[in-house]
Design a protein around this ligand. Structure first.
Ligand code: NI
Length: 254
């Protein structure tokens, strides 16, 4: 079954119908979801969702827009979740966002590195967010990522950069963008990287694939991403689903 390796069901966009929607995913072919924390509130909610639903796992970490709230106490709480909660399978999403530019670059970089170091200490992979910061992200990840490796989520850089990450053991996370008419770069990445390095993700409630672009996203829409990837790679949808499921289980130990 499909594994959605990056969704935000803690988001307020799901407040009206969260439980019904989650209950419907299995019939839509989605067997597993990793709910990724981004804000502090989101990390707490991700852990809570993973406790209440068998098929949901959690990642905890602060998005670069949110690192202004981090301090030693919150870092200690992240460590506790990572060590105590059996279903916390990654540190993320962490990284750099020079598009939104909420925090100074030096501040973003400092907390990105500290969260990568935490991931290495607790033996968990990282889920990396990178926007308009491809070179700095590469420099920091390639020099600080630990043995546990990780995924570059919503990959938006070049195919050449994707291959560099794959060479150091990272996975490439891809979602709705690959179905967009203007998603030429994402299509080029998919065409050039091996299926064995790819993870499926929605980033729900964001980045709905065509034909639902602009609407609220959910994991059931992953099938549209699978179809596009199968067409680009010249393989069956089943092969895309099976290989990406195996990849996710290997990286996150689920
Ligand atoms: Ni996200």
């Amino acid at each position: 079954m499909m594994i959605d390796t990056h969704a935000h069901y803690d988001d307020r966009a799901f407040d009206e119908d969260r439980e019904e929607l989650l209950a419907s995913l299995k019939d839509a072919g989605v067997g597993t979801v990793i709910n990724v924390g981004a804000s502090w509130r989101g990390c707490r909610a991700a852990v809570d969702l993973s406790r209440r639903h068998d098929f949901i796992y959690a990642a905890v970490g602060l998005h670069p827009d949110e690192v202004g709230c981090l301090d030693d106490e919150k870092m200690a709480q992240l460590r506790t979740w990572a060590e105590v909660e059996k279903k916390v399978v990654a540190i993320g999403e962490i990284g750099l966002d020079y598009h939104n530019d909420v925090e100074e670059h030096s501040v973003q970089q400092e907390w990105f590195v500290r969260q990568m170091e935490l991931a290495d200490e607790v033996g968990l992979p990282i889920a990396v967010h990178s926007r308009d910061a491809a070179q700095d992200t590469w420099d920091l990840v390639s020099s600080h990522a630990g043995k546990a490796r990780g995924v570059i989520h919503a990959f938006s850089a070049s195919a050449e950069m994707a291959m560099r990450y794959i060479d150091i053991g990272f996975y490439i996370g891809m979602g709705g963008v690959v179905t967009f008419k203007n998603g030429k770069k994402a299509k080029d990445v998919i065409a050039k990287i091996p299926l064995s390095s790819l993870l499926l993700e929605t980033d729900a409630p964001y980045l709905s694939p065509d034909p639902f672009r602009g609407r609220r996203n959910n994991s059931a829409n992953l099938i549209y991403v699978v179809r596009m990837i199968a067409a680009l790679k010249g393989v069956t949808e089943e092969e895309v689903i099976e290989t990406t499921e195996r990849n996710a289980r290997e990286l996150f130990h689920i």
